[in-house]
Design a binder for this molecule. Sequence first.
Ligand code: GRF
Length: 200
Amino acid sequence: MLSGGGSTLLNLCRAIRDPERAAPLSGVEIAHVISSRADARGIGIARDADLPVSVVPRREFNDGAAFSAAITAVLEPLDVDLVVLAGFLSLWRIPARFRWRVLNIHPALLPKFGGRGMFGLHVHRAVLAAGERESGCTVHLADDEYDHGPIVAQERVPVLADDTPESLAARVQEAERVLYPRVLQQVADHGVGWLDQFHF
Ligand code: GRF
């Protein structure tokens, strides 16, 4: 599920297609792509990869419950094992069927620098403003709060003295490109039940 640029989706498509990549992905199929915005660039990336796309525009729903129900209605007939958030900027109230079966990646070391409004360069600006010496990315099980839920894996990168939000973003993104496929490969190898060790 995405809302924006789709670079996370593109990376996963490449990881599935190219076994020579640093973090390839096998035994994984992307069944469907859901966008919460009609103008998300990620829709084009999905179509280029011949993936079926559903657009569920957040702005067409007055309340989060109706929006969430519409997302769930798209997912239910698909029989998917896992929902992968890939730059999804809205809140989906996860129904019981998908509890602990939704992963998100966040471009910081959660629980720091997450939550509503903490996306894109906002995250890296906040990390620099706080004088952090390291940042990174976090893959976590999503729950009903933004960037919240049990942590599955993190990758750290240094924050350099002359970093700008953009340079830090690029370094974190490189780490994301490896971390997300690695976690998804674990799920593919061991089954979705592998995720249950991270929540109690
Ligand atoms: C990624 O940096 C990810 O950490 C965060 O949103 C960004 C998505 O980028 N959740 P894109 O929309 O996939 O290009």
